[in-house]
Design a binder for this molecule. Structure first.
Ligand code: GCW
Length: 660
């Protein structure tokens, strides 16, 4: 299948003033990543400026120079860009930095940003900037909304041009680690660590390495039983440890660039240390010891909860489970273990508080996990630009110490001075022609990478960059798409789930409104609505979840007056007549936001329609179709939610709009 180049589709712009003299590139050292950087520059300069750039061994005759220079402040991944006396120079201590610097120069050409004689320095904020694919070996993708996998098909590994183009896209926004297979490792995927797949993995890993990306795999904790015929996977048993040690030695001999492993254990039916009465630290450390000789990392997920709950039980709280399971283990994990924590305590809802595991662990490496596959945020049929949400998460103060206590500080290593930390996103790509199904969903892929690389960029700056790189320089196009992106998350929130309560979706596939879809089920996800009110009591008198935060956060959430209103129903049960700060009652707020949200969805569709003729027809029509669907679907959401709560509360809408 053919595919497009997303934000690397360079637009010809021959009026651009080229800031360097001559048409030669010089590099003072060569390696495969530098070669890739030079090729990228050649391609971009040719396509944007129409200029063929040759290569020279003579520094004096070069217009663009890539130079390796000892500079500990920049490190292997940071870079400097400077344009003086007709020479554009990119400097870094490492090949990766030179690649990132080259992509930055390309972005400057794309966005017409001026090259300056002043040094422009950048160093990635998060040490690990990772994508997690939930791709299965049969080619399907768990929670995939843009076609099938481009890594797997019929239990085979695909390595081809698309692998390279994927790596180019990822590297262009600074991604340095990719987990290619689903965290639910079953069937054939368990065999990914076996010899049978190592040749293909080797080829894939080499392509990734060229673009500065380390290959990671998800593994099955029960592999010693499934592959090795052992009768146990007990992490404290010597035979099991030996099996893993041997396995890792074998793997790393063939795949020296393997970054390590991502593990989902004791979660949603996956095997783990609990079976043997062992802790998650026992499990993670066993694997960590096995990969340590090869500098491997074990990224251990904290998405551990009871998925067999009785809905009548009001004390067990899924939101509590991450902290309850992991907090007691603080300090017990090896240095090469990183705990990967979802942004919120539940599961990628449109609005959740920040997980109290951030700031709750003082001696443990942590990594933030977000989801740009829009499982609960419109499944890439609705527009939902998520970077503003991620930024809120990053800015959240945990009060784990006096300063440098935000989630950002923790995952960028400022809090503990560590480097085994970072940010991962469950990625939204598939083998669709445009990679992400919805063309506008590519802003989340691009934006995620840019944000991890430079957490001080604003969501708006990132969106602007993406729009220009993708759609070019037309003012009206830029302004309207920017408006759509920037409003999209809040709009989606308005017509879906109110005030932080979440989950009002159809079970299993998680698309479309269903207020009671998860209500009387075993998953621990309840809104607790009755005829008087709704919300979950998570304070001291309820599940006690609010107490997992440090002060002053714990008190802020505990008190209904100080609890941020967008999370009101997450933390408190309140009557429908409860008055919000706007003066509106809770029920009126639900009606109003749902009407508003549906109107905004219609407005976004109109905005797009008005761009007809200014955007390539194929792309225009693709997006138009999805926006038309979103507009209709938003009305369905509005009506389902409003009718449900109108009938339950019997309180009419003050504005007398149609509620069925
Ligand atoms: O939200 C849930 C998803 C599952 C997913 C799980 C997880 C990969 O619905 O599909 O499994 O989260 O994060 O492990």
């Amino acid at each position: 299948m053919g595919y497009e180049s997303a934000w690397l589709s360079y637009k010809e712009n021959h009026t651009l003033k080229i800031p360097w003299n001559g048409s030669k590139i010089y590099a003072d050292t060569w390696g495969k990543t530098i070669e890739a950087a030079v090729t990228e520059l050649q391609r971009a300069v040719k396509e944007i400026c129409g200029m063929d750039m040759g290569i020279t061994g003579q520094e004096e005759e070069a217009g663009i120079l890539l130079k390796k220079e000892q500079d500990n402040a920049l490190g292997e991944e940071g870079y400097k860009i400077q344009c003086r006396d007709g020479r554009l120079t990119v400097t870094s201590q490492g090949e990766k930095g030179l690649l990132y610097g080259s992509f930055a120069c390309i972005r400057m050409l794309q966005t017409k940003e001026e090259f300056s004689a002043e040094e422009k320095t950048e160093k990635p904020s998060a040490p690990l900037r990772m994508l997690n694919h939930w791709d299965n070996m049969d080619g399907s993708i768990e929670r995939g909304y843009s076609g099938n996998s481009f890594f797997f098909e019929d239990n085979k590994i695909l390595v081809n041009e698309r692998t390279r183009d994927y790596a180019r896209l990822a590297a262009s926004v600074g991604i340095n680690g990719v987990v290619i297979n689903n965290v639910n490792v079953k069937d054939r995927a368990t065999w990914l660590i076996d010899e049978v797949y190592q040749k293909e993995l080797q080829r894939m890993s080499e392509i990734f390495e060229t673009y500065g990306i380390q290959l990671f795999l998800s593994l099955n904790f029960a592999a010693p039983m499934e592959l090795g015929n052992l009768d146990s996977a007990d992490p404290c048993k010597e035979a099991v440890q030996q099996w893993w040690n041997d396995k890792m030695q074998e793997l790393y001999t063939r795949l020296p660039n393997l970054g390590g492993f991502l593990v989902k254990a004791d979660s949603e039916g996956r095997p783990g240390p609990f079976t043997y009465g062992r802790t998650h630290a026992d499990g993670a450390n066993m694997l960590a010891d096995a990969v340590a000789p090869y500098h491997g990392k074990i990224i251990w997920r904290c998405f551990v909860y009871n998925c067999q709950q009785d809905w009548r039980d009001r004390k067990t709280d899924r939101a509590r489970s991450g902290y309850d399971n992991f907090r007691p283990l603080d300090g017990q994990f090896r240095e090469n273990v990183i705990l990967q924590v979802k942004n919120g305590p539940m599961d990628f809802q449109v609005r959740e508080p920040v997980s109290p595991l951030f700031g709750g662990m003082e001696k443990t490496n942590e990594m933030l996990e977000v989801q740009i596959a829009q499982e609960y945020t419109g499944q890439q049929r609705h527009v939902c630009y998520l970077i503003p949400m991620f930024q809120e998460v990053l800015k959240f103060r945990t009060y784990c110490q006096e300063d440098r206590d935000t989630v950002e500080d923790i995952v960028t290593g400022k809090t503990m001075g560590n480097t085994n930390c970072g940010i991962a996103a469950v990625i939204n790509t598939g083998n669709d022609e445009n990679w992400t199904g919805h063309d506008l969903a590519a802003a989340n892929f691009f934006g995620f990478g840019r944000l991890c690389f430079n957490t001080s960029l604003s969501a708006e700056e990132i969106a602007k960059e993406w729009i220009v790189c993708t759609f070019g320089h037309d003012r009206e196009v830029q302004e309207k798409i920017l408006q759509m992106l920037m409003m999209s998350w809040k709009t989606y929130e308005k017509y879906t789930s109110p005030l932080g309560i979440g989950w009002m979706v159809n079970p299993n596939y998680h698309y479309g409104p269903n207020v009671d879809g998860y209500e009387y089920d075993r998953w621990g996800t309840y809104h607790r609505a009755d005829h008087l009110g709704m919300g979950v009591c998570r304070g001291k008198k309820g599940t006690g979840y609010a107490q997992q935060y440090r002060e002053p956060n714990a008190s802020m959430y505990e008190n209904v007056q100080t609890c941020p209103e967008e999370l009101l129903l997450f933390f408190h049960y309140v009557p429908y007549t409860y008055q919000l700060k706007t003066g509106k009652t809770m029920i009126q707020h639900i009606y109003d936001t749902h009407f508003e949200g549906a109107e905004e969805a219609a407005y976004m569709a109109d905005l797009w329609d008005s761009l007809e003729g200014k955007i390539e027809t194929k792309v225009f029509e693709r997006v138009q179709k999805r926006l038309a669907h979103q507009k209709e679907h938003a009305k369905e959401w509005r009506d389902q939610i409003n009718s449900y709560f109108y009938r339950k509360s019997m309180i009419p809408d003050e504005k007398h709009r149609t509620i069925y």
